[in-house]
Design a protein around this ligand. Structure first.
Ligand SMILES: Nc1ncnc2c1ncn2[C@@H]1O[C@H](COP(=O)(O)OP(=O)(O)OP(=O)(O)O)[C@@H](O)[C@H]1O
Ligand SMILES: [Mg+2]
Length: 376
């Protein structure tokens, strides 16, 4: 049998071409399916059932119990839409804040809700947790100096065939379906871009060029913003924050969110402890539990000492957030270790202390020693 090299080569070429072409086509199909799955989110057609619940039932962990007669209407869903945050069962509510947010959600308002407070004091999470209890959507976006007004509504992304598809963002979804949009770190965004939100806050529609249509705010749309500064542009701790436009600031009610009271922060850390420790381990005794509770109480005292110091010193010192405090305990429980120091100190530095300048860190360790003793 004679082998026709040319024919074989030609065949191999066609084969490999069609093989390659098939591969490309298959890959395209796969990509398209994936892209469609990712971008074809359609607001739920489910309708919630309106249920009346007792406020005491709704906000179980709260510093001041609501009146026993207070009843609130909430949405209950058979299948929860994606925008509704998951409930954190042991979340602690501050009654004053809950009341302000609830009033804001339930009344018809022509202003936004601005939560100002140091990092990690619970601004974003309280809005999400109130929304979770009410069964309403809460879309969170984080702003930066590069965020432009139209970015808040959505993005155009390339699709197969050279087409573009418009993906709705949090603000668009909340405007369209109703629900909360939280713009986090709003003071990082350019003030001149932010003022474009002014008309929207008065209930006026906004033109979205990518969809070539006007978007009318749902009556259930609520805008919440959070920031670490009050938009005066004078807090050197928060790099990249701006002085905000007075007319923009004027369109919001403002609340200051502080750290949690000491006993609540202790309970919160106890929950972290309960979740992390395997109480079925026979080596774990009630003595350990008592010791950890004492440790937790001391950690909160240290955190409050450092917060007070950061406050009185003014300057640039970063106070420890609730987040850092939780992480400190988590690292202790994980047995995080660094040669030459005890576990509590190693965890303290990894969770928070290494953020500080050297002189601040030395001062912070002194504060720890005052509470934990010189062994710290
Ligand atoms: N009341 C609370 N109950 C339980 N956990 C809380 C509470 N407040 C805050 N936390 C926890 O503390 C951490 C920080 O909260 P959150 O993200 O809401 O703070 P933030 O003020 O928005 O911070 P940032 O300014 O850095 O955005 C989260 O892990 C959150 O779950
Ligand atoms: Mg936040």
């Amino acid at each position: 049998m004679t082998i026709n090299i040319n024919e074989l080569t030609a065949f191999a070429e066609t084969f490999s071409k069609s093989f390659a072409a098939n591969l490309v086509a298959e890959q395209e199909k796969h990509n398209l399916a994936q892209r469609n799955a990712a971008v074809s989110y359609v607001p739920t057609k489910n309708k919630p059932t309106k249920t009346i619940v007792n406020a005491i039932e709704l906000f179980k962990n709260i510093d001041r119990k609501p009146s026993a007669e207070l009843q609130l209407m909430v949405n209950t869903w058979k299948i929860k839409p994606v925008g509704i945050p998951a409930i954190i069962e042991d979340y602690y509510f501050r009654a004053d804040l809950v009341q302000d947010i609830t009033n804001f959600l339930l009344s018809s308002v022509d202003y936004g809700f601005w939560m100002i407070g140091l990092h990690g004091t619970g601004k974003t999470s309280i809005a999400e947790q109130v929304a979770a209890r009410f069964g309403i959507s809460c879309f969170s976006e984080t702003c930066s100096e590069r965020t432009e007004f139209l970015d808040l509504f959505g993005y155009s992304v390339p699709c197969s065939g050279g087409n573009m598809k418009y993906i709705k963002g949090g603000l668009y979804s909340a405007l369209e379906q109703g629900g909360i949009c939280i713009l986090n770190e709003v003071d990082a965004m350019s003030p001149s871009e932010l003022i474009k939100l002014n008309e929207l806050l008065s209930g006026k529609p906004v033109f979205i060029p990518q969809t070539e249509s006007w978007l009318y705010p749902s009556k259930d749309f609520r805008l919440m913003i959070t920031s670490n500064t009050n938009g005066c542009g004078d807090d050197s701790r928060y790099i990249g924050t701006n002085q905000l436009n007075a007319a923009f600031k004027d369109r919001f009610m403002k609340v200051y969110v502080d750290y949690l009271p000491e006993d609540i922060e202790v309970s919160l850390l106890q929950s972290v402890f309960e979740q992390k420790v395997n109480k079925n381990n026979p080596k774990f005794t009630s003595i350990h539990k008592k010791q950890y509770l004492a440790l937790i109480k001391m950690m909160v005292k240290v955190a409050n000492g450092l917060r007070k110091a950061a406050n009185t010193m003014g300057g640039d010192m970063t106070p420890p957030s609730i987040r850092a405090l939780k992480r400190w305990l988590q690292l202790i429980l994980d047995g995080s270790h660094t040669a030459g120091m005890n576990g509590t100190q190693a965890a303290f530095l990894k969770a928070y202390g290494y953020d500080l300048s050297e002189s601040e860190r030395i001062a912070a360790i002194e504060v720890c020693k005052e509470h934990f003793g010189t062994d710290f």
